[in-house]
Design a protein around this ligand. Structure first.
Ligand code: NDP
Length: 401
């Protein structure tokens, strides 16, 4: 029988919800490219309920315990003696969400001799040292597409929020003011702007499609080019390099995975090549941007705004400069964990576990590492190596409530 350690974020400060704002969520059966949403044999949760926090348990307990497995659920994942570390010595499977990542570094993997499966309840497995996982023969899988559209919606919201100066204007209302000039002194229309995405995968392409009706000029760069009919339909300009794209863009949205090739892609040198007053929206991974270079570019005016929901490490320490830098629209890592998304990735986790325990193959599109090498989606979108360096800094975060 297996021991499964599931690392989830804390419940709301006022307790696990007893009721919800809405009674149901739309059921998405098929994603835009035809991939089916997860069809596990059964689910033991109510879609639309909070599943990603500790008490939600991703709806897994009944299923796992009925099969005789042991499920440990904890949010205590960082620092000496944390609960995650205490369970690694006999854990067979570790499940983690990117929003509150259990960093599976080489050191932690060495402490987990039985670990066979690192499962990401979401998309993006950069919190696992993929190189160490390959060397140890650990399978790494994620729930591809489960929250790609959730993120794309968030990106569009954040682009508009920054360009139109929404958050400071909202704050004037809350403060009791009517300071129109203060609000509009940094407010523009998106119409007519040059907008580009770094990567046109599931999220990047969905962002492009959603932005087309805004009458902007759309750009993208990616390792693989989109089909000519897609480029024509969206009137896309392809750039072979990130540098070529960012030179012409007013708004840049980052939608590639974090792997050694993309780590610190947006450093001081790259930022200096952008148009003065450009905006960056990064919902991909914090480490794709250099922390201090972003803060400096906002202070100097090289960037007019930066928004996103991804940080490094997570949770971000209280003194992380992105909490206090000017003209930012940062939130905690939330875009891919709406209640709608949780229902899909909880079902996807259940689907993967059913396959794993029944000896059936995991869907190819869910695989990142398998058989000692990058596999499935991982082979397409990642590069070998490790992007977890520095993750121990997450232990510096102090709970405020
Ligand atoms: P996809 O795999 O569909 O898309 C990723 C794209 O990135 C692929 O088209 C890939 O290219 C491209 N890419 C990889 N490396 C590079 C590079 N060096 N330069 C340019 N493009 C590159 O994944 P999704 O769109 O669903 O998700 C993308 C990322 O977004 C995830 O990996 C994750 O980090 C993040 N994410 C964030 C969430 C949040 O809550 N904030 C939730 C979900 C995802 P190709 O495959 O053509 O080689």
């Amino acid at each position: 029988m297996a021991k499964i350690v599931c690392v989830l974020y804390d419940d709301p400060v006022d307790g696990y919800p007893q009721s919800y704002a809405r009674d149901s969520i739309p059921e998405i059966r098929v994603y835009p490219d035809g991939q089916t949403a997860p069809p596990p044999e059964a689910i033991d949760f109510v879609p639309g309920h909070l599943l990603g926090s500790v008490s939600g348990e991703l709806g897994l307990r009944k299923f796992l315990e009925a099969r005789g497995h042991t499920l440990i659920v904890t949010s205590d994942k960082d620092g000496e003696g944390c609960e995650l570390d205490r369970h690694l010595h006999d854990a067979d499977i570790v499940i983690s969400q990117p929003f509150w990542p259990a960093y599976l570094t080489r050191e932690r993997i060495a402490k987990a001799p039985r670990l066979k499966l690192a499962l990401t309840a979401g998309i993006g497995s950069d919190h696992v040292d993929l190189q160490a996982a390959m060397e140890r023969g650990i399978t790494v899988a994620e729930i591809t597409y489960c929250n790609s559209i959730s993120v794309a919606e968030h990106v569009v919201m954040m682009i508009l929020g920054l360009v139109r100066n929404y958050i400071p204007s909202y704050q004037w209302v809350v403060k009791g003011g009517w300071n129109i000039a203060d609000c509009v002194a940094r407010s523009y229309d998106l119409e007519g702007m040059q907008v580009g995405t770094v990567a046109a995968g599931r999220i990047g392409l969905a962002v492009l499609k959603r932005l087309q009706p805004f009458d902007v000029q759309l750009h993208y760069t990616d390792r693989h080019r989109l089909a000519p009919e897609v480029e024509r339909e969206l009137n896309l300009t392809f750039h072979p390099t990130v540098e070529s794209m960012i030179r012409v863009c007013d708004v840049v949205t980052i939608n590639c995975p974090l792997h050694p090739e993309t780590e610190h892609m947006f450093d001081e040198v790259m930022l200096a090549k952008m148009k003065r007053g450009a905006y960056i929206i990064n919902t991909a991974r914090g480490k794709i941007c250099d922390r201090d270079a972003i803060a400096s570019a906002l202070e100097s005016g090289q960037l007019a705004g930066y928004a996103g929901d991804v940080w490094f490490p997570q949770p971000a320490p209280q003194d992380h400069p992105w909490r206090s830098m000017p003209y930012h629209g940062m939130t905690p890592h939330i875009s891919g964990t709406s209640l709608s998304a949780q229902a899909r990735y909880a079902a996807g986790v259940r689907e993967v576990l059913e396959c794993w325990f029944d000896g059936r193959p995991i869907r190819e599109e869910y695989l990142i590492v398998d058989g000692g090498k990058l596999a499935g989606m991982g082979a397409h979108s990642y590069s070998e190596g490790d992007a977890t360096g520095g993750s121990e800094e997450a232990a510096r975060f102090k709970k405020t409530a």
